[in-house]
Design a protein around this ligand. Structure first.
Ligand SMILES: Nc1ncnc2c1ncn2[C@@H]1O[C@H](COP(=O)(O)OP(=O)(O)OP(=O)(O)O)[C@@H](O)[C@H]1O
Ligand SMILES: [Mg+2]
Length: 214
C-alpha cells in the first residue's frame, strides 16, 4: 500500500523558519496544498521530491524512513517543480526521452506515453520543436508532461496550472485526477482550485504549519 508520511518536519533557511514541526500522512488521491505566497508550499514539495532534506524530522515512503527509503521513492516519483531551467537546445520530445532514460523507463513506451499526454494537453503539435521557442504556458505543460512519465505512484506538482487558460488547466486536471485514482498526488495551487471538490484533502500552509481545511 502506497504511503507517504511526514513526522515532525522542520525546515529553515538561515535564520528564517519555513516549516515547523509538520506532521501529515498523505493518502492515495489528490492532496491540494494552498497558502499565501512564501508560506512554504514549494519548500514542502521539494522535501517530498527529495530535492532538499529537512532540518529535522522524518519522511517515510512505503514505511521506509529516508534516507534509506529515498531510492525507492525516487524510482516512482514524478516531480514538476514550480521553476526549472529547461535545456533550451533540445526539442520537447528529446527532453522527455532524456527524463525517461533517467527514470529508467523503456524509451519506446515513454515516447508513446509522452505523445498521448501532450496530445491530451494541447502540446503535441510542438513536441519536435526546440524548447527555446516555447512560451511560458508551453514550458509549464512540458514540465507537467515529464512528471507523468512512467505512471509515478508519487506525483508532486508545483503550480502545474499557473499561466494556463481555464480550458487547458481543465485538461491537465483530467490527467491529474486519473493519476490520483491510483497514486499519491500532491499539488500546490495558489487559488481556490476547481479540483478542490475532487481532492482527498485540502491543506493550507501558513506560519510554518500544515492545517487541514477540507
Ligand atoms: N533556497 C532558499 N534560500 C533561502 N530562502 C528560501 C529558499 N527557498 C525558499 N526560501 C524562503 O522560504 C519561504 C518559503 O518559500 P516557498 O517557495 O516554499 O513558498 P511558496 O509557498 O511556494 O510561495 P509561492 O506561493 O510564492 O510559490 C520564503 O520566505 C522564501 O523566501
Ligand atoms: Mg511556490
Amino acid at each position: 500500500m502506497t504511503s507517504l508520511e511526514l513526522s515532525g518536519i522542520s525546515k529553515r533557511y538561515g535564520a528564517k523558519s519555513v516549516l515547523a514541526d509538520v506532521s501529515h500522512r498523505f493518502e492515495p488521491g489528490l492532496t491540494l496544498l494552498t497558502g499565501p505566497s512564501g508560506a512554504g508550499k514549494s519548500t514542502l514539495l521539494r522535501l517530498i521530491g527529495t530535492a532538499e532534506k529537512p532540518g529535522k524530522g522524518v519522511i517515510s515512503w512505503d514505511g521506509a524512513a529516508l534516507p534509506g527509503g529515498r531510492a525507492a521513492l525516487r524510482r516512482t516519483l514524478g516531480y514538476a517543480p514550480q521553476a526549472v531551467e529547461l535545456p533550451e537546445d533540445l526539442t520537447a520530445r528529446e527532453f522527455a526521452l532524456h527524463i525517461a532514460a533517467l527514470k529508467g523507463l523503456d524509451a519506446k513506451a515513454a515516447d508513446t506515453q509522452f505523445g498521448a499526454i501532450t496530445d491530451a494537453i494541447g502540446l503535441h503539435a510542438d513536441i519536435n520543436n526546440r524548447i527555446a521557442s516555447f512560451s511560458g504556458g508551453m514550458r509549464r505543460r512540458l514540465v507537467f508532461a515529464q512528471a507523468l512519465l512512467g505512471q509515478p505512484r508519487l506525483l508532486a506538482l508545483d503550480e502545474p496550472t499557473a499561466e494556463l487558460d481555464r480550458e487547458t488547466a481543465r485538461k491537465l486536471g483530467t490527467l491529474i485526477l486519473q493519476r490520483a485514482s491510483e497514486a499519491i498526488v500532491v499539488m500546490t495551487t495558489h487559488l481556490a482550485d476547481e479540483l478542490a471538490p475532487h481532492a482527498t484533502a485540502v491543506l493550507r500552509v501558513e506560519n510554518g504549519a500544515l492545517v487541514r481545511t477540507a
